[in-house]
Ligand binder design. Structure first.
Ligand SMILES: Nc1ncnc2c1ncn2[C@@H]1O[C@H](COP(=O)(O)OP(=O)(O)OP(=O)(O)O)[C@@H](O)[C@H]1O
Ligand SMILES: CC(=O)N[C@H]1[C@@H]2OC[C@@H](O2)[C@@H](O)[C@@H]1O[C@H](C)C(=O)O
Length: 369
């Protein structure tokens, strides 16, 4: 067996994330002891080709079979292509690609073989981060909140803030940085807010052959259809008390609500739905955050950001305002979580996934030799 990481002190970790919006794979190096962030390192990105994207998308909602296998192969190849040329690190956190997520029914499935990646890269790889949490009764998501807590403390924040990730799905973490440990009472509350970019991407892809509504240009030309928005907000999900999480396509029927609308009105309405899901989420926060720090691709959509600014009762800004990289936060999160798993520290707790006791999931695979 090759070396595992040291028992204490900071290590260099590399995190890799393939998110629900299917744009590509993000990778980022982080120096951490599993508690505090010491330093942010280099980052890299590899976009999926249109063919790769459709192969992965064909696996969405599936748990086994040829489509899952084909998606897994694409995910593995893309990660090797991205990570192999990067620096050698002490440990890798490999999220893989979520194909299906139904924690109370079948479970949660992230594809990509971490054991094979450990052999290929010649270093320990932590993977399958979500299964243990689900097996212990948790939602298995979101998992970035423990990292958000570390980020808030790294940035020297003292007041409660919210981290809002707008990827394919939206997720919000309310953090009180004055509480020392993420699993302690009052430190965190986290959950998925609703669909974010995924329905917008699906709409512009199917109608216009575009990957996403760049700059919200299409939505900016449209009018929000209030009736559709009201039907959307009547979904019981929004009133449900957290913890709660979503699969990418859990709100697929939304598209039916906009099917009769023009391209621009449909885009505007789906964008408004994302913002309205976030506005609904605020009622669940323990207190109004001092500000909402937006991460993920949705922060690049000025129409969406403006809708959020109008509908939330606190300032909304891109996370770059506190010096963090909004494109890489999730990859950094899985670097951080990998170190925590390897050191036997918790990665989720009752207020982040609803798991009964704080738990550290994840499988650690070491390379041979
Ligand atoms: N300039 C832009 N204008 C509008 N939308 C954008 C822009 N840049 C990115 N996006 C949106 O953000 C998406 C990518 O977001 P991100 O990389 O955060 O998602 P992800 O990590 O795949 O998802 P998740 O957080 O759900 O796992 C794109 O697919 C697109 O919809
Ligand atoms: C099951 C799954 O992969 N969920 C993702 C998805 O994408 C955003 C949101 O839904 C969040 O719950 C989660 O990702 C982030 C990285 C998380 O676990 O914090």
């Amino acid at each position: 067996m090759s070396r595992a990481i040291s028992k204490d002190g900071p290590v260099r970790a590399l995190g890799a994330m393939s998110g629900t919006s299917l744009d590509g794979v993000d990778a980022a190096v982080l120096v951490t002891d599993g508690h505090d962030i010491v330093e942010f390192g280099p980052t890299a990105y590899r976009s999926y080709t249109a063919d790769e994207r459709s192969t992965i998308a064909a696996g969405f909602g599936q748990w086994q079979g040829a489509a899952v296998q084909a998606a897994a192969e694409v995910v593995e190849r893309a990660h090797v292509a991205l990570l192999d040329p990067m620096e050698r690190v002490d440990i890798v956190g490999f999220h893989g690609q979520t194909l299906s997520h139904a924690p109370r029914v079948q479970g949660t499935l992230q594809v990509g073989d971490g054991a094979a990646l450990a052999q290929r890269l010649g270093c320990p790889v932590v993977w399958d981060f979500r299964s243990a949490d689900v097996e212990l009764g948790g939602e298995g998501a979101p998992l970035a909140p423990f990292f958000h807590h570390a980020c808030a403390r790294f940035a020297g924040l003292t007041e409660p803030v919210a981290f809002l990730n707008l990827g394919g799905v939206g997720n919000l973490t309310w953090v009180d940085p004055s509480v020392a440990r993420p699993q302690d009472a009052g430190a965190l509350l986290a959950f998925d807010t609703g669909p974010a970019n995924a329905p917008i991407n699906d709409l512009v892809q199917s109608r216009l052959g575009m990957a996403f509504d760049e700059g919200g240009k299409l939505a900016a030309k449209g009018t929000v259809e209030q009736g559709a928005l009201e039907l959307f907000l009547a979904e019981p999900y929004f009133a449900r008390i957290p913890p709660k999480s979503l699969d990418r396509n859990d709100f697929a029927e939304m598209v039916a609500l906009v099917v009769e609308l023009t391209d621009a009105d449909a885009a505007a309405t789906l964008t408004a739905m994302c913002a309205a899901g976030v506005a609904e989420a605020m009622q669940h926060c323990p207190s109004l955050p001092s500000r909402v720090l937006v991460t993920g691709g949705g922060r690049n959509n000025p129409v969406l950001m403006q809708m959020l600014a109008v509908s939330l009762d606190c300032p909304v800004m891109a996370i770059e305002e506190i010096g963090l990289d909004g494109d890489m936060l999730e990859a950094q999160a899985f670097a951080y979580l990998a170190v925590r798993v390897a050191r036997g520290l918790a990665t989720s707790c009752a207020t982040t996934t609803g798991v009964r006791a704080a738990v550290g999931g994840g499988t650690v695979s070491l390379p041979d030799g």
